[in-house]
Ligand binder design. Structure first.
Ligand code: HPA
Length: 299
């Protein structure tokens, strides 16, 4: 059933945007502004797409924005579906299923996350190198449809090594530029690698829970991304994940956490975050062209 629903949604999107799409990008809380970078966008509200649920969270626009950014064509999910909103986990990942059926090979997942380490401050960016799924559910639960992927997919390399390298290099180039312009005293690390731990939410955690997650090896905690990453890997797409650290997790400062703080942190890093995304997309465009050229030579 999920296959048929995803196929119908994909057909609908293809009618609106028939060209090939290179990259799918999911924008997390407070990061939705990046969708404005798309030239001549085709905007499709979720409620027009067959079988798409409606997005209910503050700060999530609930639409797909498709078009070119430079040389690369992107489908941007401005607003995602969270498990805590009450959807079936299959609905949470329906957009990923659709992206896979549209032939998209690369997925960039972003989110806002709480740091469980005191050394990782608000407004910093984290490159997800691995995750811990503590949501209590897998998006692959239920009968497997081989047209999507295998019953027992491997999760050794969820987050693509090559994409991580590109993200690190581009973050380093931005940091160097900022330093040269005198904006920082030394070259700062803009993007630190870490482990994202996914929880079902919607309540934030207790200080004891955060201590436990830290001991388990988490760097940051959040309520999204992991179902999408698992699904994308199931379909053989390559995944890049970036978290914006919106707050220190519960108990670290003793202060309480509220959602507006999470949104504000997104605004604060929006500029550097958008710059990083632009540079990553540019690199993906260059790599895509190089690949096309070598395929043409081989052919
Ligand atoms: N906990 C869980 N999810 C989050 C947090 C947090 O502290 N911040 C942003 N998303």
């Amino acid at each position: 059933m999920q296959y048929e629903r995803a196929a119908e949604a994909a057909e609908f999107i293809k009618e609106r945007y028939p060209q090939k799409i290179d990259v799918a990008l999911v924008l997390g809380s407070g990061l939705g502004g990046f969708a404005e970078s798309v030239e001549d966008p085709v905007v499709i509200p979720y409620d027009e797409i067959p079988h798409f649920p409606e997005s209910t969270v503050e700060g999530h626009a609930g639409q797909l924005v498709i078009g070119k950014i430079g040389e690369v064509s992107v489908a941007i999910q401005q607003g995602r579906f969270h498990y805590y909103e009450g959807y079936d986990i299959a609905d949470v990942v329906l957009p990923m299923r659709v992206f896979g059926l549209l032939g998209i090979e690369t997925v960039i997942l972003t989110n806002a996350a709480g740091s469980v380490l005191t050394t990782f401050k608000r407004g910093r960016l984290m490159l997800i190198r691995d995750h811990i799924n503590l949501m209590g559910v897998s998006p692959l639960r239920g009968q497997n449809d081989e047209r999507f992927g295998p019953r027992f997919p491997d999760m050794t390399h969820v987050y693509d090594i090559r994409l991580q390298e590109i993200a690190k290099e581009e973050a380093a180039a931005i940091a160097e530029k900022r330093y040269k312009k005198g904006k920082t005293k030394k070259v700062k690390t803009l993007l630190r690698r870490g482990v994202y731990c996914a929880l079902s939410g919607p309540n934030y955690e207790t200080p004891s829970e955060i201590r436990m997650y830290r001991q388990l090896g988490a760097t940051a905690v959040g309520m999204s991304t992991v179902p999408e990453a698992i699904t994308a890997r199931h379909q053989g797409m390559r995944v890049l994940g970036i978290s914006c650290i919106s707050n220190l997790a519960a108990g670290i400062t003793g202060e309480e956490i509220d959602h507006s703080e999470v949104m504000e942190a997104g605004d604060k890093v929006a500029k550097v975050f958008q710059k990083l995304l632009h540079r990553i997309l540019k690199r993906l465009g260059e790599e895509g062209r190089a690949e096309d050229a070598s395929t043409a030579r081989a052919g």
